[in-house]
Ligand binder design. Sequence first.
Ligand SMILES: Cc1ncc(COP(=O)(O)O)c(C=O)c1O
Length: 414
Amino acid sequence: MKASTTDPLDTEHIRADFPILQREFDGTQLVYLDNAATSQTPEPVIDTIAEYYRTYNANVHRGLHQLSQEASIAYEEAHDRVAEFIGASGGREEIVFTKNTTESMNLVAYAWGLAELGPEDEVVTTQMEHHSSLVTWQQIGKKTGAEVKYIRIDEEGYLDMDHAKELITDDTAMVSVAHVSNTLGTINPVSELAELAHDHGAYIFVDGAQSVPHQPVDVEAIDADFFAFSGHKMCGPTGIGVLYGKRELLESMQPYLYGGSMVRKVTYEETTFEELPWKFEAGTPVIGQGIALAAACDYLDEIGLERIQRHEHELAEYAYDRLTEFEDITVYGPPGDDRVGLVSFNLDSVHAHDLSSILNDHAVAIRAGDHCTQPLHDTLDTAASARASFYLYNTRKEIDALIEGIDDARALFA
Ligand SMILES: Cc1ncc(COP(=O)(O)O)c(C=O)c1O
C-alpha cells in the first residue's frame, strides 16, 4: 500500500535501496551529505539502466529492427513520464533531453537568446544564481549587447522583491531565476516572478536543479516558459538533463545543435527539421540515461515528493538549530524553518576546505568551496563555505556525525 502524503519516511527501508550507502571507510559507514551536488542512485534505477544495456540497447528512431523499436518506444515514453512528473500537459513535445541543467540553460540562451536579444533588451536574473545561468546570460549579454541585471538578496538571503519590481520593466526580455538556491537554501517566489515577467511581456526561465528532486513541481502552475533540471540530482543517472519549454516557444526557436536525428529532409542546399522535441536532440541522444530518468521519476513518486520535502525540511531545521548553537559558526540563508534541505556555513577558525577534509576522515562527505556561486560568495563576503545537503535517505544521526566532525576540526585548529 502506498504511504499517505503525511506518513514520515522509513529511512531504514529507503537506505536499503541505495547500495552505495553501505560503503565504509576505515570501518566507519559513509555519511553522504553532498546531495545538492549529486544524489545517490537506488536499485530500481540501476536495474533499469542495466536492463537497457543487457536486453534492448540500440540506437533510437533509426532502426526497423526489434531492439531499435524497443529502445525507441522506451526512450520516447520516458519524455512523457518526465512531462507528467513536472505537470507539463503537452507531453513529450515540451520535454527536451539534454546532458544537464547547464546544457538546457545554454540551449535557451543560444537558440532563443542569440536570435531574440539586442542592445535594447535586458535580462533580469538574481545575485544567487548558479554559474550555469549567471555565466551563460553574462556571455550572451556580451554577444548581443543585452544588459544583465541582478535582483539583490537581503540580509537573510531572500530575494528583495521590491528590487525585482524595479528591475523588471518593459525593457526586460527574459527573467532567469533559480527556483531554489543551491547555496542559501532559499525558495524563490517563482510564480510571482513569472507574473511580473509576463506583465511586462518578458519570458521566465526557471532553474529547477534544486527544486525538482526535492518537492512537487508543476511547471504550468508556476507558469514557467522554460524550466530546467538534472537527472543526477534526483536519483537518476549522470549525463541527462531536461529542458521544459512551452510548446509554441520551442516551436518558434531554431535548433541549437545540428546533425543527424533532428532532420526530416536534407538536400545539399536545404534542411527541414524534425518535430518537437527531436529537433533539439541532434545526434544519438541520451537513451539509457533518459529511460533511467523515467525510472527515477517512478521511484520518487512512489515514495512521494511531499513526504520527501517534509523529511528534508525537518533535517534542515535540525541541522540549522544544531549549527547555530555555536557562536563560531556562521550559517548563510533563511531561518531553519524556511529553507530546503541544505545548509551552507563557515566555522570561524577553519577554512571550509580543511573542514571538509577533516570531515572526510570521519567518512562524512560534504561540499566545500563556492558551490558555483562565486559572485554570491563575494556578496556574502567570504571566498568559500561548507555545505551539507540532505536527501530522502539522510537521518538526524548523520547530522550528529557532522557536528562531531566539526567539533573535532575546531579542536584540531584551536
Ligand atoms: C541551482 C543549480 N543550477 C544549476 C546547476 C547545474 O547543474 P548541472 O551541473 O547538472 O548542469 C546546479 C548544480 O549544482 C544547481 O545547483
